[in-house]
Write a protein that binds this ligand. Structure first.
Ligand code: AMP
Length: 280
């Protein structure tokens, strides 16, 4: 497994890597959710093709009061996990090289990025779209794998490659969970023991809402309020948003008809967790 830090080094290597070349963009602090994407990439690349995993904690997708500086960066551990999963190349660009001090061009999606996480994290998706475009330019992959846990991100990136004619196939992968239903996340390490106990309430509430949708007529606002109350049964949970939206447009779905995406962001103290459930 090669570890590449320089941008020109990555560009040069990508020309020589056997195809298909499959990219998995990450911010590191890898867990089994990330590793499932890497396994899927390996499967798509086959024995002949190549897998590249990028590790880059992208400053432009963090807000000024978010956890950019304290975000975990266990680089050596990440590399040994990736070696075990037969990854071919780790691309870990040096932060100073990625952005010119006077960088002034960004990539913005202007409808879906305004909803859900975009409301409480202004600028977040512009940061994501910009860094993913840069990674695509540097690595030149045929396909890139992203987790459905970040459903909004996946939808926006699909729109981005469509609208900008970027020749990369975007592939979604199902969310990997703990046995109690909590979605794996690099941020779960921030949770206290009591917060960790309450965190599975998010997925539980979405599952209970799914049952409601399948068995009775429900109005969107009433359903959203109900999900909020179910999650906040956890005394430490503070809902940022919980919505029932159209999975294609991410706009509120009224009346509720399948398919519908149930999605939530919930604070436990300073830790913000997201999760979703697609009801089809
Ligand atoms: P991150 O390092 O948080 O930027 O995540 C990198 C990629 O891993 C993104 O495509 C995420 O959607 C995906 N991912 C994160 N957590 C999970 C999970 N629990 N299951 C599946 N994919 C995940």
């Amino acid at each position: 497994m090669r570890i590449v830090e320089s941008l020109t080094g990555m560009r040069r290597l990508s020309r020589r890597l056997p195809r298909p070349l499959i990219l998995v963009p990450t911010m590191g602090a890898l867990h089994e959710g990330h590793l499932a994407l890497v396994d899927h990439a390996r499967c798509l690349a086959g024995r002949r093709g190549s897998t590249v995993v990028s590790i880059f904690v992208n400053p432009t997708q963090f807000g000024p009061r978010e956890d950019f500086h304290k975000y975990p960066r266990p680089f050596k551990r990440d590399c040994s996990l990736l070696r075990e999963r037969k990854c071919d190349v780790v691309f870990a660009p040096a932060p100073a090289e990625m952005y010119a001090p006077d960088a002034s061009v960004t990539v913005n999606e202007s409808t879906m990025a305004a909803a859900m996480c975009g409301t409480s994290r202004p600028g977040h998706f512009a940061g994501v779209c910009t860094v993913v475009t840069k990674l695509f330019n540097l690595v030149q992959p045929d396909s890139a794998v992203f987790g459905e846990k970040d459903f909004q991100q996946l939808a926006i990136l699909r729109r981005m490659v469509r609208d900008l004619n970027i020749p990369v196939r975007i592939i979604g992968h199902p969310t990997v969970r703990e046995s109690d239903g909590l979605a794996l996340s690099s941020r779960n390490v921030y949770l206290s023991a009591e917060e960790r106990k309450q965190a599975p309430l998010i997925q539980q509430a979405l599952r209970e809402a799914e049952l409601k949708i399948r068995t009775q007529a429900v109005r969107r606002q009433a359903l959203e309020n109900w999900m909020r109350r179910r999650i906040e049964r956890g005394s430490l949970a503070k809902v940022d948003y919980v919505v029932a939206v159209d999975p294609k447009t991410l706009q509120p779905k009224e009346p509720i008809r399948l398919p519908v995406l149930l999605a939530a962001a919930v604070f436990f103290g300073a830790t913000r967790l997201i999760d979703n459930l697609l009801v089809e």
